[in-house]
Design a protein around this ligand. Structure first.
Ligand SMILES: C[S@@+](CC[C@H](N)C(=O)[O-])C[C@H]1O[C@@H](n2cnc3c(N)ncnc32)[C@H](O)[C@@H]1O
Length: 245
């Protein structure tokens, strides 16, 4: 077990509070949209689903509420996060267990679909973890924030990302390289400039809310005009469905 890393996330989940729990639930709605969209588009088998780095189980609970999967399991390095996940109502919950961040205590092909949602950017060695996901599941869905862009390169933004455990700022090319190194290939992908609700969540005054709404509108507008220009300018969420090469 990478004690320091697990301890870092234990503390983060312990001090998060109610507002951060709601933030993760809002995020889970978008992430579940992506998982379901990609699984359908790529016609992936998605009965036995496992989320690796499942955190407090917000995404598993959202997938469960949408009747996705016949069993939903999660592995996590943080025991504090797992306690929160076990406290959720996840119907059809399968295994919810701690692991060492490297080797999953699961058999080859135990699952149909593995999900690594906003995890790769937190992991010192993402390729072995992707390989491990591909060992236990037939297909892997990966989602990450694409932070290698003009806005993300600003000092303040990088510091914010590092404070929440992001070890690397990824772009789409970097994700594709990691996927390929792990022996996988991308068969479907999507980009998301994020909803108005996300951009206005941490606002407390009408002025802040107006700024959040304006930011959401500008970003959505640029994204509609040119996805690649948006990708270079600010952070988008990128999700892809991968299968063995
Ligand atoms: C931003 S959270 C994402 C949680 C959840 N997947 C989601 O999308 O809501 C990142 C999670 O990755 C976990 N994590 C960090 N290093 C990990 C590793 N080596 N293996 C698996 N999970 C790890 C953290 O404990 C944390 O719960």
């Amino acid at each position: 077990m990478e004690q320091d890393l697990a301890g870092f996330y234990d503390s983060a989940y312990a001090r998060g509070g109610e507002r951060h729990a709601r933030w993760r639930e809002l995020g889970a709605r978008g992430k579940a949209d992506h998982v379901i969209r990609l699984a359908h588009a790529a016609t992936l088998a998605s009965e036995r689903v496992v989320e690796i780095g499942c955190g407090d189980g917000a995404l598993l609970a959202e997938l469960s509420a949408r009747h996705f999967g016949t069993s939903l399991s999660g592995f996590e390095i943080s025991e504090t996060a797992l306690e929160l996940a076990r406290g959720r109502s996840i119907t059809r919950a399968g295994r919810l267990e701690q692991f060492d961040g490297r080797r999953l205590p699961a058999a080859d092909g135990e699952f149909d679909l593995a999900v690594l949602s906003h995890v790769l950017e937190h992991v010192p060695e993402p390729v072995p973890l992707l390989r491990e996901a591909a060992r236990v599941a037939k297909a892997v869905i990966v989602e990450v924030p694409l932070e290698r862009n003009l806005s993300g390169a600003r000092g303040g933004k990088r510091a914010e990302s590092e404070a929440i455990g992001h070890l690397e700022a990824l772009d789409r090319g970097a994700v594709r390289r990691l996927v390929a190194e792990a022996g996988l290939r991308v068969i479907e992908e999507l980009l998301d400039p994020l909803s108005r609700d996300v951009h206005t969540f941490f606002t407390d005054t009408p002025v802040q809310r107006a700024r959040g709404l304006a930011k959401a509108a500008v970003r959505r507008g640029l994204f509609t005009l040119s996805e690649s220009a948006a990708e270079r300018a600010f952070t988008l969420h990128y999700a892809c469905a991968c299968v063995p090469r």
